[in-house]
Ligand binder design. Structure first.
Ligand SMILES: NC(=O)c1ccc[n+]([C@@H]2O[C@H](COP(=O)([O-])OP(=O)(O)OC[C@H]3O[C@@H](n4cnc5c(N)ncnc54)[C@H](OP(=O)(O)O)[C@@H]3O)[C@@H](O)[C@H]2O)c1
Length: 323
């Protein structure tokens, strides 16, 4: 089968199309004939070799794969031909991938494989950060960094549908228009305007109740400044590649909270908390209340180009690979 391999840690040109052996499902696993593989920012960090606990090179990347079950291992109550989307550790950038049967969902009727490949990581991350970790209330304000990205577009919809007042940042007008269409009340082009100033102006200097922060570096620092007294932040990414540090005094005098979130680790340690959102999310996507925002699709063999596209910040919504 065709697959993509990261030869060595490094730039996107380390992604190479190879011929690989067909993987065999073990007990409790299924093999999926992949129709669409989701690309996540974490794939890029793993490829650079800067993802804590990431795979050793060479390996086949890919944490999300949507397709049809093609073979089942022992002890799996699923059928060949079922349409599913799976969360994986690695291996999604391939024509076939094996998945733990506990970590997959049936694809709702009417949902395409591409949309399905953009569902689990971004919507479960957005939902967990907003509600289970962030404790968002209907009458609160929330600032979402990278609001037009994969997780960002999911978070904007969920927060707006819930009734919260949403501030969102992005780097281009096109991305901000998308965020606004999805319900962002205050789209902010951070390359032109300081988001802190907009937040101060719109909240009478109070700051926002909750921040979803995924960039790190000075964006983390300035997000702390933009939070209200008693404000909360959920930090869940370091897209800048520069981790930020928290100074305890800054938190204690203003009664602020910073919580970390990691979907993979949370799913491992407390799967029931993470998975409780699945019926609500599936229902929202089926009814049209929620939408997977698809960005570009690339052929599997163009994985290097797809990574570069995301690293150059050209993407909005979810970028997928099609074997
Ligand atoms: N903890 C978890 O479980 C978890 C799960 C999923 C994702 N994440 C994290 O959440 C973030 C979003 O993930 P995603 O897959 O949905 O990606 P994404 O938001 O589609 O892409 C990243 C976005 O971050 C913004 N950005 C700001 N500074 C950047 C920089 N220096 N380099 C590159 N991008 C920069 C860019 O948007 P602008 O051009 O608009 O600034 C870019 O489009 C990532 O940090 C990812 O690692 C964490």
């Amino acid at each position: 089968m065709k697959a993509i391999e990261v030869r060595e840690y490094g730039d996107s040109d380390q992604l190479e199309a190879i011929d690989a052996d067909l993987p065999e499902p073990g007990a409790g696993e299924v093999r999926i004939e992949v129709e669409a593989a989701g690309i996540n920012f974490a794939d890029i960090m793993q490829r650079r070799g800067v993802y804590p606990g990431g795979p050793d090179a060479p390996y086949t990347p890919g944490m999300e794969a949507a397709g049809t079950i093609d073979a089942t291992g022992d002890g799996v109550g699923l059928d060949e031909g079922d349409r599913v989307v799976a969360m994986l550790n690695t291996g999604g950038y391939a024509e076939y991938a094996t998945a733990n049967a506990q970590m997959l969902f049936p694809i709702p009727e009417g949902m395409s494989f591409e949309e399905a490949a953009g569902f689990p990581v971004q919507f479960l991350t957005a939902h967990s950060c907003l509600f289970e970790w962030g404790g968002l209330e209907e009458d609160e304000t929330v600032l979402i960094q990278a609001a037009a990205g994969g997780v960002g577009t999911a978070a904007v919809q969920l927060a707006s549908n819930y009734g919260a007042e949403v501030f969102g940042t992005a780097s281009t007008q096109e991305k901000l228009d998308l965020a606004e269409d999805l319900g962002c009340d205050h789209p902010i082009n951070y390359t032109e305007t300081d988001f802190r100033e907009v937040v101060d102006e719109e909240t009478d200097g109070d700051g926002v109740d909750l921040v979803l922060e995924s960039v790190g570096d000075d964006v983390f620092e300035r997000s702390l400044d933009a939070m209200s007294h008693f404000g909360r932040m959920v930090t869940y990414g370091v897209a800048s590649g520069v981790p930020a540090e928290v100074e305890n005094r800054r938190l204690l005098f203003e009664n602020k909270t910073v919580k970390g979130f990691h979907l993979g680790q949370a799913s491992y340690h407390d799967p029931s908390t993470i998975m409780q959102a699945v019926p609500e999310l599936t229902q929202g996507l089926t009814s049209g209340e929620l939408e997977v925002i698809l960005g570009e699709s690339f052929a599997l063999e163009d994985a290097a180009e797809a990574h570069q596209y995301i690293e150059d910040r050209k993407s909005s919504g979810k970028v997928v690979l099609q074997p």
